[in-house]
Write a protein that binds this ligand. Structure first.
Ligand SMILES: [Zn+2]
Length: 339
């Protein structure tokens, strides 16, 4: 009896800290065909009936204790192994561990592009993309910007490979790509980066983002343009703001207009941001010039359309009350963390 108790306590001690290999060896040592306990059970015939019963049940009990201790140890080894594996792999989507990095957020410019795109998508526009490296044709000529036009000046445009290619100066170039590939009706917005060969200051940067818009179909009128852009400003900035259209000039639209919205900071009363006018220039737009339709082989007798261009940084600055465009590109976390 004491022997069996001794065997169990000895086995327990060994099992407690055993690894998987040792556990298998212990199983053979105690419970295997020639294991310690199996030997005891085999030798029962030499005892009296009473002793047989006693020792037999004692040995069987010991067997099952050791068996379950081995299984428990195996289970906890599995858990230890899994814990270790997870600690080492440290999966991002398994946040139960301490995670030392703060949550990220969108850059305010990206946030603005997402917000503007969401409004136009809800108005039935699709999002299109186009190349940043362009030819003279897509960036200027097809958009009714002739040779010798001041916009093509070396001082405004980054030319590449001896004037053969250039970095697009506006997202309007994508209008041409879209119309070359698709017949009307067309209704797209084009968010993208553009480049200007100019020094940066508080309101200028040599690279910035625009969102171009284009809608072409039969019977598209200036009223459609007015309704769409007014709705955009209302949804993006607030329904109570007044919107006005002023005559303007762009080469690729006729007539052209500049859209102002009531200053959202002073509600039209006049403040520093709107230079006391009560109005803020928001974007440019107009009806697509027939020469642009000619360039893409659209029937300009049959189709009409409108186009608009939104300066993303300008809208971002207006939306968040930022007064220097350079803050958007300095990647200063103290600034970016506010959004
Ligand atoms: Zn104001």
């Amino acid at each position: 009896m004491n022997d069996i108790e001794q065997i169990v306590s000895e086995a327990s001690k060994k099992i407690k800290n055993a690894d998987n290999l040792t556990l298998n060896n212990l199983k053979t040592e105690y419970l295997g065909k020639s294991g310690v306990l199996t030997q005891i059970l085999k030798s029962l015939s030499q005892y009296s009936i009473e002793d047989k019963k006693r020792i037999g049940s004692q040995a069987n009990k010991a067997k099952s204790i050791i068996e379950s201790e081995i299984e428990n140890r195996k289970d906890s080894l599995k858990k230890i192994l899994l814990d270790e594996k997870m600690r080492n792999e440290r999966l991002d989507y398994f946040p139960s561990f301490y995670f030392p990095f703060p949550k990220g957020s969108f850059h305010p410019v990206v946030e603005t592009i997402r917000g503007i795109s969401a409004v136009f998508k809800s108005l039935g526009f699709l999002v299109a993309q186009g190349p940043e490296l362009e030819t003279d044709w897509y960036n200027f000529e097809a958009l009714n910007i002739p040779k010798n036009h001041p916009a093509k000046d070396l001082q405004d445009t980054f030319y590449i490979e001896g004037m053969k290619n250039l970095l697009r100066t506006h997202t309007s170039s994508v209008q041409i790509h879209v119309m070359e590939k698709h017949k009307p009706p067309v209704k797209v917005i084009v968010p993208g980066r553009v480049y200007r060969n100019e020094a940066s200051d508080a309101s200028h940067s040599s690279t910035f983002y625009q969102i171009e818009g284009l809608a072409v179909d039969e019977n598209v009128t200036f009223v459609d343009l007015k309704v769409t852009l007014t709705e955009f400003i209302h949804r993006f900035f607030g329904y109570k703001l007044n919107v006005r259209f002023r005559p303007s000039h762009f080469q690729f639209t006729e007539p052209s207009a500049e859209v102002d919205m009531q200053c959202p900071f002073c509600r039209g009363k006049g403040c520093k941001i709107c230079k006391n006018s009560g109005w803020i220039e928001t974007l440019g737009c107009g009806m697509v010039h027939p020469n642009v339709f000619k360039a893409v082989d659209y029937d300009y007798e049959k189709y009409t359309g409108y186009a608009f261009g939104i300066g993303v940084e300008r809208i971002t600055m207006l939306k968040y009350g930022i007064d220097d465009i350079r803050l958007l590109y300095e990647n200063d976390l103290r600034f970016l963390k506010q959004f």
